[in-house]
Design a protein around this ligand. Structure first.
Ligand SMILES: [Mg+2]
Length: 175
């Protein structure tokens, strides 16, 4: 299996991201996918624990941005309200939207992590630019029909290999 399909890490949720480890690796910016990574697709608001976690990252000194293939008004409003710079209608895994996020954050690819729930968009996109990629188990929101039919089926073929090679890492203290 091609190296572009392997994330650097695989975690149950964004809350399992190990902040100290990212700092040790020299990561200064984090690009988040939106749907089913930091919000259940279709939900109107971020949950309080997500907002708290994103704020904790900012307070710790990380720049954050959202890169999403979504382009709804709701998504735009949510990013605005949370004060997070965002690139919508991104057509991941194309490099252009990730590069736009890098310039919004002022970070280089080597100092940037990409966090998302899909191998073919988030992980491949981040890996193409040499960023640190973190695959999350998808949240339970409804999925875009195209995602369910094709992408998830394909992912199913890859997941056993990702689990074997990368493993699922939980943050200590979380169950
Ligand atoms: Mg997603």
């Amino acid at each position: 299996m091609h190296r572009l399909f392997y994330p650097s890490q695989y975690v149950p949720s964004i809350f399992d991201i190990n902040i100290s480890e990212l700092e040790r690796r020299g990561i200064k910016g984090i690009i988040f996918d939106l749907d089913n990574t930091i919000i259940e697709r279709g939900a109107p608001e971020f949950t309080a624990d997500v907002v708290q976690w994103l704020n904790a990252l900012k307070e710790r000194g990380f720049k954050i941005a959202i890169v999403s293939n979504n382009r709804t008004r709701t998504a735009e409003r949510m990013a605005e309200e949370a004060g997070i710079p965002a690139v919508f209608n991104a057509v991941k895994p194309r490099r252009t939207p990730f590069k736009a996020a890098l310039s919004m954050m002022g970070t280089k690819p080597r100092e940037t992590a990409v966090v998302g729930d899909q191998v073919f968009t988030d992980v491949v996109g981040g890996n193409r630019l040499g960023m640190f990629t973190i695959l999350t188990v998808p949240m339970k929101g409804k999925e875009f029909i195209g995602t369910t039919l094709i992408t998830r089926q394909l992912e199913r073929l890859f997941m056993p290999r990702i689990r074997r090679r990368v493993g699922l890492s939980r943050r200590p203290g979380r169950d």
